[in-house]
Design a protein around this ligand. Structure first.
Ligand code: RB5
Length: 146
């Protein structure tokens, strides 16, 4: 897959490890920044990654900030994005299977690199199940148009 990744100045501690991990799994990664520890605003990176996903230029996105909270809230403001912030793999897997999430977020101040990799792999390996979940995802999409 082609994956979009982005982070703020706090998430930058973890991002290189995740990029390397994704590439080791055979994915192509497009890095939307930030590229340094200079203070930035996480919504800008959430928007860049989200637009890459909704436009189809990237298949899925990964966002990292201090907690994963702000950057996932910002991503969910973009129409068509279903972003989840996860600190454990079970929710990450189910978020794909049931909620068809297209962005995974986590916090570099919350989880370590190994757990982040495990969460990422579970999320990438899971597939949307459709069925009874399809209608619920459609209902959420309708909310975006109201
Ligand atoms: C930056 O100080 C911090 O607010 C950010 O990384 C993130 O944790 C926001 O939710």
């Amino acid at each position: 897959m082609k994956l979009a990744i982005g982070c703020d100045h706090i998430g930058i501690e973890l991002k290189p490890t995740i990029v390397e991990f994704l590439e080791s799994l055979g994915h192509t990664v497009q890095d939307f920044g930030t590229m340094s520890a200079t203070r930035v605003d996480y919504p800008d990176y959430a928007q860049a990654v989200s637009e890459a996903v909704v436009s189809g230029s990237c298949d899925l996105g990964i966002l990292i900030c201090g907690t994963g909270v702000g950057i996932s809230i910002a991503a969910n403001k973009v129409k068509g994005i279903r972003a989840v912030v996860c600190s454990e793999p079970y929710s990450a897997k189910l978020s794909r299977e049931h909620n068809n999430t297209n962005i995974l977020a986590f916090g570099s101040r919350v989880i370590g690199a190994e757990l982040a990799k495990m969460i990422t792999e579970e999320w990438l390996n899971a597939e949307f199940e459709g069925g009874r979940h399809q209608k619920r995802v459609e209902l959420m999409s309708q909310m975006e148009n109201q």
